[in-house]
Write a protein that binds this ligand. Structure first.
Ligand SMILES: *Cc1c(COP(=O)(O)O)cnc(C)c1O
Length: 497
């Protein structure tokens, strides 16, 4: 059955999956959302016998209904291959009574790889399907991980260019080095003077700039987005939740139908929204535990029903979660408002004008699947240290936020259900924060010395992604003001002022 995508902000005519992937955002500024959430049509016991790639197909075929079986299977083949350092793609590590779903075994050792390894291929098929002649320009704002993962995914993919904006000084040194050393003739990396929200707002503005859109078209270009608002990012993220449940079942860690809790370190609300979709599709998830760092907009939202971004922006040791506007939350808001596009549009207008909006009691009642909490910087560091000392397992700062919030949750609720923690980055990506959490004395060591020390204490090998940048030279040196992003894009594309 064909599944079409509508906008969260108006009742414009629904579009096909390939069109939604190509466009990223709806014309009215809304996010694309499927007209209904499909149910898994293969029993879990069957899925339990399948590989990651096979499960990916079973999930994606339900959403990307205008892709042929061959097209979809080819995209999956191209995406989930030797770029990942394990055949399992997303292995589960049991530590004590908790399962860590390691989503960091791809090219850039963070969970963004899970979706960004496939998005370029989906987009390339989508372009052909829709007879697109223009070159596709991927424009991305990143708080660190998306940028590199998108660059790696799109580098030298025919018919595309990719421009990444990141907050200069707002990402880890290793994240920055990963980006500015990116090869590929179609890759551009720009540091902006501002924070992630400035970068994201700048990108949104460029997308909404119709004059620029016309100039682009004349020059043979059109924009698309690889940000987590793209439905081509969201759907591949549903896969690993379904996969993890199937795997736990196959390994007899759980019994058929047993519900589990899922804990997700959250920034833009993409990853946890995928878990919510997995639940709607029939995966037995009880609670969706939304973990924030000190930028705890979401925690406040879940406790009060008021979303308010008017607050200080805090730079934390989990920079990929340093976000005050969680873009993907809009899809949830839209759903719990009874898919009322007008009401949603009004809330989003309030968010952009006043920086806040509130939801009704009726809507709030529909959020009972969610539990929100946050971890302070000290709690996050303590979590890393405690887990390492008790078990020898080293987790990164983002995962530690989730683990710390999960501890609070257990204490508060006495819930004893099994829990799956989305482990979103390799500790090698945030080595300094991780190592100094374990022992502050490590702070005197250099970045790569720390990498080797981490390898020693955790008995793990240094990932390829880190070895690659050890001696690489920076290729990208562009920096601009947050207010000059449009000009920078024009300059890169050779479009006259
Ligand atoms: C992006 C990211 C997150 C946040 O994910 P969202 O989908 O934006 O909520 C958490 N941890 C890491 C390491 C990330 O890269």
């Amino acid at each position: 059955m064909e599944l079409l995508y509508k906008s969260t902000r108006s009742d414009q005519t629904p579009v096909t999956a390939s069109w939604a992937i190509l466009k990223g955002l709806a014309e009215d500024g809304g996010l694309f959302i499927p007209e209904r959430i499909p149910k898994l049509d293969v029993p879990m016991e069957e899925l339990a016998k399948m590989s990651y790639q096979e499960i990916a197909y079973e999930v994606m075929k339900l959403y990307f209904t205008d892709f042929t079986e061959e097209e979809l299977k080819q995209c999956i083949r191209f995406a989930y291959d030797e770029k990942f350092d394990t055949k399992e793609i997303a292995p589960i590590r049991k530590v004590g009574q908790t399962y860590y779903l390691e989503l960091f075994h791809g090219a850039t050792i963070a969970f963004k790889d899970m979706a960004l390894s496939i998005l370029p291929h989906l987009m390339s098929v989508a372009a052909k399907k829709n007879q697109v002649k223009n070159e596709i320009v991927i424009l991305t704002a990143t708080s660190g991980d998306t940028g590199k993962a998108a660059l790696a995914g799109f580098a030298d993919v025919e018919g595309t260019k990719i421009i990444v904006f990141y907050p200069k000084g707002g990402v880890s040194p290793i994240q920055e080095k990963q980006m500015v050393t990116q090869k590929g003739n179609n890759t551009y990396v720009v540091g902006i003077h501002g924070n992630f929200d400035d970068a994201q707002n700048g990108v949104k503005e460029i997308f909404g700039n119709q004059e620029l859109g016309k100039q682009m078209d004349q020059a043979g270009f059109q924009f698309s987005s690889a940000n987590s608002i793209n439905i081509g990012r969201l759907v591949p993220q549903i896969v690993y939740y379904v996969y993890s449940y199937a795997k736990l079942l196959a390994d007899q860690e759980i019994v058929k139908g047993e519900t589990i809790d899922v804990v997700v370190p959250t920034g833009n609300f993409g990853n946890i929204l995928a878990a919510y979709f997995a639940k709607q599709m029939g995966m037995p998830i009880e609670r969706l535990i939304c973990a924030s760092n000190e930028n705890k907009v979401l925690y406040d939202f879940f406790s009060t029903g008021i979303y308010n971004k008017n607050r200080e922006f805090i730079l934390t040791s989990s920079p990929s979660m340093d976000i005050l506007i969680s873009s993907n939350l809009e899809r949830l808001i839209y759903k719990i408002a009874g898919e009322d596009a007008k009401a949603n549009q009004e809330r989003m207008a309030a968010l952009s004008k006043e920086g806040s909006y509130c939801i009704t009691e009726e809507m709030k009642a529909q959020l009972k699947d969610f539990y929100g909490n946050y971890a302070t910087e000290a709690e996050t560091a303590d979590m890393i240290k405690e887990l390492y000392e008790k078990t020898g397992y080293v987790i990164d700062t983002h995962t530690a936020v989730a683990a710390a919030v999960y501890q609070k949750y257990q204490k508060e609720t006495k819930d004893t259900k099994k829990a799956l923690i989305a482990s979103t980055a390799s500790p090698y990506k945030f080595t300094r924060s991780v190592m100094t959490a374990i022992n502050p004395d490590y702070n005197t060591m250099g970045d790569f010395e720390l990498v080797d020390e981490l390898s020693k204490i955790s008995h793990t090998t240094v990932p390829r992604a880190i070895e690659e940048i050890r001696n690489a030279q920076a290729i990208h040196h562009r920096v601009c003001d947050a207010t000059k992003m449009t000009e920078t894009v024009k300059e890169i594309l050779g479009i006259k002022k």
